[in-house]
Structures are given as C-alpha cells and as structure tokens.
Design a protein around this ligand. Structure first.
Ligand code: ATP
Length: 478
C-alpha cells in the first residue's frame, strides 16, 4: 500500500506537469531517465531562486564576484581535480529486473524508511555502511544488503550481481584530440580562473567567486523526480582565504548558508549535518539537509577544500596559482558552498504546495511560495468580459508589465481565475469591476488569506514592488 507521503509526491509531480512547472524531457518520445525540462512557470520560479542566491552572494558581499565559465574544458583539468580517478560510485544490478542501482543509496533509503531519526539500529547500519565504503570492502556491503533483506523495488527479488565501481563523468568522443568530459561540478571553472579574476578585478584575499551553471553526472540510481538528475544546475561559490583563517571562514559560511535557507522556509525542515564521509577534495564538510517528502536529504554542501585544487592545478598546468602578501608567497585555502538549484526548487515546491480545506467545505490547491519567489507576481482580471472592463484591465496590465512579471486573464469566471492563480502561487490578484469606472479603484485579493480590499489604480505598482520585491528578504541577511 502507498504511504501518505507517496501519494503527496505523486500529486506534486502531476501538479508540476499540469501547471507547466516541470515536464519529463523528450516527453513525446517516452522521456529520458533522470532528465527534466522546466516549463513556463518552472523557469520563472527557477530564475527567481537564482536571482535571490546571486544577490545574496555577489551583491551583499562586496568581496564576491560572479563568473560564467564553459561546460567543456581542457580534459587535463579533470585529471588535476581528481575526478578521472576518484569521482566514482558503486553499482549493482538486479538480474531479474535488469535495473541498475547504487548499493549505498539502497541502504540509506532503507534505513530512512524503516527507522526513526535517532534510532540506535539506524546509526549502527550507517556506521557499517560508512566503514565498508572507507575500506572499499564491497563484499561486506553485499552481505549487508542481504542481511537487511533489501529487494529490488521492481522485481522484488534479491537476485543481485557483484558490486562494481564506475566513474560518474560523462565522456564525449572527440575525433582529433583527447576525449572531453561534461563538467560534473561548476567549481573547476572557478579555480581555473582564479588568477584571471584576481588580476582583472584587483581582488585581495579573502575573496570569493560565484557561478550558477549546469553540471552533469551519470547517476544510475535516478528516482525522486528532480532530486537526482543527470543534468542539473548548481549555484557554487569558492571563497579564497589565508590558511590560518580556515576555521573562521568555514564557520562563517556554514552559518550564513543556513541563515539563507531559513529565510526561505520553515526551520523544522532544515538540519545541518557534519560529514563523516568526506569527498576526495575536502578536509572538512557539512551538509544542509532538507526534509523532503522522502526524508532528510542533502540540499547544499559546505566544504573546506584547503589548497587541494589550486595546488593540483599548479602542478598539472605548470602555472603559479599563488598570492603574494606580506613578502610571502602562498597558495590560498578555499571554502566552498555548493547548492543544487533543482533540489532547492523541489524543497520549496514540496514545502509550499498545499491542499487547503475552505470554510465552505471545498478544497483549494495553493502554492504558498514566499511572494518574492512566485513565478507571477500579480494577475489582472476584468470581472466580466463586457462593458469596457476588459479594456481597462488590459490598459493597467500593459502599463505595469514593464516592471513586473504579470498575467492577464479573462478566460474563465472570476472564481476559477483566482483558483488557477492560487495553484501557480501568484500572491496578488487585481480585479477591474464596475466601481473601477467611477472611482479608479480595483479589488485586490491576497493569495494566502484570500482577503480582499480596494486599492487605487495608481498605487498598484508600488504595492506589487513592496509585497513581492527582494528588498525585505535580502535585508534579513545583512
Ligand atoms: P549526493 O550525495 O546527494 O549525490 P553530492 O554530495 O554528490 O550529492 P555535491 O557534489 O556536494 O553533491 O554537489 C553539491 C550540490 O549539488 C548537492 O548538495 C545537490 O544539491 C546538487 N546535486 C548534486 N548531484 C545532483 C544531482 N544528481 N541532481 C540534482 N542535484 C544534484
């Protein structure tokens, strides 16, 4: 039997498609595993999340600048970064379903589903998993799968193959030169431009470089909608510091990034977890985890990468990547913040999508996003499609659309128009009615409270700006 959360998740996926947030990629050809497209409202929401992140990082910190580097890079970069040798995961096949899985994720999902948060048994299983991974003891991992009775979710059998290792990077065949890779993280584009940015922008340590862009990983265990994709977007920032200040900045960025998330959502949905299984480049790391409908999972990683990357790039490129300060040369340390844009989208979508029972017994579906993230900031309607009301509403819409992302709609009755805007998260609706003709006022309706009041046409722009602008949330971060 399906659990309540599974039903909610099915509803969420179908809502995302019906209302134009997310479509399966290559839909008319039956889709492509773990790849998705963003629809008209999805791309607006995604852009608003990006804008909030970008401003929080590069506007509020005057020592952080942004760049946009290429997806394809010189293949040597991936040798230097360690990705060719070490960016590996484990895989196991089920002989009956012929499906492929990551055994570590099968075990993690199993304990999340079957044990409460602080259960001793859960801790013991995770410890054993961590130790087997650390020692590369794949046989013990296979035994653990068996002991826990973990079956393939499709064939329901335990007919597993041996565990193997595979590299997560996508390789592209390149006729004349070495094979190329699709970048698995945006960070390396930042490291390779460390000197260019430092010189061109006269940056002094400590300073940061931020970028938003696509990354690609050959995720074989794809499930949970846009949580784990093969093509996804990251919002990363690498902060270059003096080695002596590692702890100070590591703590600063952990706190700042958590604060950022807490502005967006409910405190109970977030937790900070220090890593026990560090990535190959990190000396300390913590995850900000979000309480998705399928349990607490990573949404952002904060790592101290020390001089791992710059040192290796120095060695491989034979170019000096040092700073000269106080008559000394040194390679800066790096604190990284790495946030998944799609996971942030999913976190917000799953947290704010609600089915609400109204006083009259009916149900309304409402996406209660923070106003500043909503895809559409306000909708303008005529009460009826006659007596000159559509013309006035159109005039207001055309005047305001230059400064705000708005929608004009007259396709249905006013009640249905409100419901549609609720379902896509539009915070404000303005309706032109007969009083508008006499008094130059319209009815304004709030999405969350559904309260209505009359406001002057001349005040609409200011109201939208005040209610939906980024000013208030950004000030909370100062
Ligand atoms: P996981 O353990 O869930 O595979 P990770 O530790 O490999 O994630 P990082 O390499 O730290 O992830 O990447 C930083 C962020 O990028 C993650 O916190 C996540 O939000 C996002 N991310 C990583 N892999 C994916 C993916 N396959 N699909 C969507 N987002 C991803």
């Amino acid at each position: 039997m399906k659990k309540c959360n599974d039903h909610f998740f099915d509803f969420l996926v179908s809502h995302a498609k019906i209302y134009g947030f997310i479509f399966p990629s290559s839909d008319i050809y039956g889709g492509l595993n773990a790849v998705y497209d963003y629809g008209p409202y999805g791309v607006e929401l995604k852009n608003n999340i990006k804008k909030f992140w970008w401003k929080s990082m590069t506007h509020l910190h005057d020592n952080i600048v942004g760049i946009d580097t290429s997806i394809l890079m010189n293949s040597e970069i991936w040798n230097a970064s360690g990705h060719v040798k070490k960016f590996n995961e484990l895989l196991i096949d089920n002989k009956d379903s012929k499906k492929r899985y990551r055994p570590d994720l099968l075990i993690k999902d199993y304990v999340d589903k079957n044990f409460s948060k602080n259960s001793k048994k859960k801790e013991n299983i995770l410890y054993r998993l961590f130790e087997s991974l650390r020692k590369k003891d794949f046989l013990d991992l296979r035994i653990l799968l068996n002991e826990l009775n973990i079956c393939d979710p499709i064939s329901k059998t335990k007919n597993w193959t041996k565990i193997r290792v595979f590299n997560m990077m996508f390789k592209i065949k390149n006729e004349s030169r070495k094979d190329l890779f699709l970048r698995p993280e945006t960070a390396q584009g930042i490291f390779c431009n460390f000197h260019n940015v430092k010189k061109s922008n006269r940056m002094k340590i400590p300073f940061g470089i931020a970028q938003v862009g696509k990354s690609f990983r050959n995720e074989i265990f794809s499930s949970k909608f846009i949580f784990r994709m093969r093509e996804f977007e990251q919002m990363e920032m690498q902060f270059f510091i003096h080695p002596k200040e590692e702890n100070k900045w590591y703590e600063y960025w952990k706190n700042f990034r958590l604060k950022w998330h807490l502005i967006l959502g409910n405190k109970a949905n977030y937790q900070l977890r220090d890593h026990d299984d560090l990535a190959h480049y990190a000396s300390a790391g913590a995850d900000i985890e979000y309480h998705f409908p399928f349990g607490f999972k990573e949404i952002e990683g904060i790592h101290s990468r020390r001089d791992f990357d710059l040192k290796n790039h120095e060695f491989f490129s034979k170019k000096k990547l040092r700073v000269y300060e106080h008559q000394k040369n040194y390679i800066p340390y790096v604190i990284e913040t790495s946030l998944g844009l799609d996971r942030t989208f999913l976190a917000l979508f799953s947290s704010f999508l609600k089915k609400e029972k109204l006083k009259n017994g009916t149900i309304r579906i409402v996406l209660k996003l923070p106003y500043y993230l909503s895809p559409i900031k306000a909708a303008i309607f005529p009460l009826v499609r006659k007596d000159g009301l559509p013309e006035i509403a159109k005039k207001i819409f055309n005047y305001l659309k230059i400064n705000h992302k708005l929608i004009y709609d007259q396709k249905e009755s006013i009640g249905k128009l409100y419901r549609r805007q609720d379902a896509i998260g539009t915070p404000l609706c303005f309706t032109v009615d007969y009083e508008t003709i006499e008094k130059n006022t319209v009815t304004m309706r709030y999405r969350d409270s559904m309260e209505q009041k009359r406001v002057c046409i001349k005040d609409i722009s200011k109201i939208i700006e005040e209610e939906t602008g980024l000013d208030k949330p950004l000030r909370k971060l100062l």
